[in-house]
Design a protein around this ligand. Structure first.
Ligand code: GLP
Length: 248
């Protein structure tokens, strides 16, 4: 991409917040989306970043009937029902607390024979729902978005991806040992994510500061997958002071 075209990249709406405000502010963005759309479709991230948002949604008293939800990614290699599979994480974090119908919450299927078909099938489900209105995102310390690791093509689609050692170590905290952390996953691609109509990135804590600064102010490059946010015209970033420390 030329320097000239970079000068015309859209500017994300970056909100630097007290940590206690991240959840309510994120829930506010979700609830506004639900108010605007007749059959809203929300993309949900797992990981620790969006947890306060889900807590705030659960406390909102809102009826989520008629909302469709799509997970960003799922581990490959865990048995069905494993507590750290993202299907189970989403059951604990959103299905039960928000009183959702599990049939309205879609997760890529990592248990079929042909995982590439599972990616294509998932893309079909998103398209059949009319596309994603609001995609909630976290960011990895290495700049990953969903499980799109450094090197992922900027136009990639839902597919099998190999997890980097850095990501496996970062996620080890959810498992008893590093050996138990899967080596592969199914993830929405960067191209898939860019098709959502609104992106909501949540970054909390100082260990995200460098990745967030690279994503928002560095070059748009596969080396930092989250830099694709700069290519999207409707991005909201909610960052606490520690995560925003390296932003101007
Ligand atoms: C995980 C997930 C991502 C998440 C990111 C950050 O591995 N696959 O969807 O956004 O890494 O996680 P956390 O919010 O726990 O820091």
């Amino acid at each position: 991409m030329s320097t000239r075209s970079l000068q015309h990249l859209p500017t994300p709406d970056i909100r630097r917040l007290n940590p206690s405000r991240i959840g309510p502010a994120g829930a506010d963005v979700v609830l506004k989306t639900l108010d605007l759309r007749p059959a809203p479709v929300i993309g949900v991230a797992t990981g620790s970043s969006p947890s306060p948002l889900y807590d705030a949604l659960a406390g909102s008293g809102r009826d989520f009937t008629g909302v469709t939800w799509f997970a960003l990614d799922e581990y490959v290699g865990l048995p069905p029902g494993h507590p750290q599979s993202y299907a189970e994480v989403l059951r604990r974090e959103i299905i039960e607390p928000l009183g959702l119908d599990p049939r309205c919450v879609h997760v890529p299927d990592p248990h079929g024979e042909n995982l590439q078909d599972a990616g294509t099938e998932y893309e079909g489900r998103i398209a059949d729902a009319g596309g994603i209105d609001l995609q909630i995102l976290g960011i990895g310390r290495n700049g990953h978005l969903a499980f799109n690791e450094p090197g992922a093509a900027l136009d990639s689609r839902t597919r099998v991806e190999t997890l980097t050692e850095d990501t496996r170590r970062a996620n080890q905290r959810f498992f008893d040992s590093l050996d138990e952390v899967p080596t592969h996953c199914l993830t929405q691609g960067l191209g898939t994510i860019l098709e959502a109509r609104h992106l909501l990135l949540i970054a909390r804590g100082e260990d995200k500061a460098e990745a967030l600064a690279r994503a928002l102010t560095g070059p748009v490059t596969p080396d930092c997958p989250a830099s694709v946010l700069q290519l999207h015209g409707n991005v909201t970033v909610l960052a606490d002071d520690a995560a925003a420390a390296l932003l101007a």
